[in-house]
Design a protein around this ligand. Structure first.
Ligand code: ADP
Length: 401
């Protein structure tokens, strides 16, 4: 039997098909520009002869219902999934589970209603995730479907860490609190780290750094998250590609008064025009690190600000955890940008963080150990795999049915 993982965005559908037995990947695909005049669908898989194959299709895909049909057709043609009945379950990525979901759940009408209720907390993401769920539920309602939430892993964060120092009724009535995101990735790499270190996850403290276009850190004690940098929305915390991360909230009042910016303009400013892009005009870390190396001052500054914020949170989370056994780097930047790993560890030797520069420059797809032999804290680069984690959690739920 097989497990299908769906990640439905507002104009895209990402999917991956796994063999249930060992969760090996059979096929993965992406349909983009749903609703545009021209769409792009792509599927990759390994054929019976062991050759990598790719299918492309540029027919317009007007909506998500059609996208699921295109996906099913491509999977059928590839021979990877000849009939939907071969599926023992479908796992859906859902961005926001609010306080309602602490773990993955089997989807039914009540769950759909609860995800819909959470739309005000994730107005861009939850509706897009819901479309994928509703279409899949309509088409194959008898196949168990599971929602896996980005926020669920952070629901173990204690009250003193998730509450903001605002009037308490804002939490009670408006649910203003820290939720955190990237939970699937943080939980996956934390478990991988424990496995790699051959230690029970219950016994280790780790700091996981998910550094992609969006970036967040998590403090994990014995496998449970106790703090994370993203807040009520993904804007808080680390410096990101186009998001500012932490800032003095009074800057917003100042800019509104002095420049007459309205709420929408401020939202765009902080979410789309800030972060690395705001400092040096570029949000791609590869380009920035190359420019910095060639002496570009703004690129150097952007890199320095990004890494300093990271370093501050490493220190903060060492205090929150009362000591750390392992720091994990993941996401496009965490996995590939050796310069970021070097700069954010620089000067932390007295805290037990000793990077081995040579190991740090090695590039490999598997888990990479980058700490010096005498480093009390293990430093690991672990490629994240959110789809695998969603498939694993989906299977866990199916096994209890
Ligand atoms: P997303 O959050 O969209 O999933 P990714 O995890 O794919 O993003 O990370 C994207 C970031 O990773 C970009 O800033 C990109 O420049 C960076 N990145 C990818 N490869 C490299 C590399 N070889 N060196 C430096 N940065 C890289």
């Amino acid at each position: 039997m097989k497990i299908l993982v769906l990640n439905s965005g507002s104009s895209s559908l990402k999917f991956q098909l796994f063999l249930q037995e060992d969760l090996s990947v059979l096929a993965s695909g992406l349909i983009e520009q749903i609703g545009d005049l021209k769409s792009a669908a792509q599927l990759s898989f390994v054929d019976a002869a062991g050759n990598e194959q790719e299918y492309h299709n540029n027919e317009p895909v007007p909506d998500h219902r059609t996208a699921i049909g295109v996906m099913a057709e491509m999977l059928r043609e590839s021979g990877m999934l000849t009939d939907m009945e071969e599926l023992s379950g479908i796992g859906h990525r859902v961005v926001h589970g609010g306080e309602s979901f602490h773990q993955p759940v089997r989807i039914d009408g009540d769950v759909i209603g609860a995800i819909r209720k959470l739309i005000p907390l994730a107005p861009l993401h939850n509706p897009a995730n819901l479309i994928g769920i509703e279409v899949a539920m309509e088409q194959v309602s008898h196949i168990p479907q599971v929602a896996v939430f980005d926020t669920a892993f952070h629901q173990s964060i204690p009250e003193h860490a998730y509450l903001y120092a605002l009037p308490f009724e804002l939490y009670e009535k408006q649910k203003v609190r820290r939720y955190g995101f990237h939970g699937t990735s943080h939980s996956y790499v934390a478990r991988q780290a424990a496995h790699y270190l051959e230690r029970p996850i219950e016994e280790i403290n780790s700091i996981t750094l998910h550094l992609g276009n969006g970036a967040s850190a998590a403090a994990i004690q014995g496998g449970k998250c106790i703090d994370t940098t993203m807040g009520m929305t993904p804007l808080e915390g680390l410096v990101m590609g186009t998001r500012s991360g932490d800032l003095d909230p009074a800057i917003i009042f100042y800019l509104s008064r002095e420049m007459g910016l309205d709420i929408e303009e401020l939202d765009t400013l902080l979410n789309k025009k800030s972060g690395l892009k705001g400092i040096c005009g570029e949000n791609d870390m590869r380009t920035i690190s190359e420019a910095a190396e060639q002496g570009d001052q703004q690129a150097r500054l952007a890199l320095a600000i990004f890494c300093y914020r990271l370093k501050k949170y490493i220190g903060a989370y060492m205090a929150a955890l009362g000591g750390v056994d392992c720091i994990v780097f993941t996401g496009g930047i965490g996995e590939n940008a050796a310069v970021v790993r070097r700069l954010c560890c620089q000067g932390l030797e007295r805290l037990g963080i000793r990077l081995d520069e040579e190991k740090n420059n090695i590039r490999q797809k598997e888990i990479l150990e980058i700490h010096a032999a005498d480093s009390p804290v293990s430093l690991l680069v672990i490629p994240t795999d959110e789809e695998y984690e969603i498939a694993r959690q989906t299977m866990q739920i199916i096994n209890t049915l």
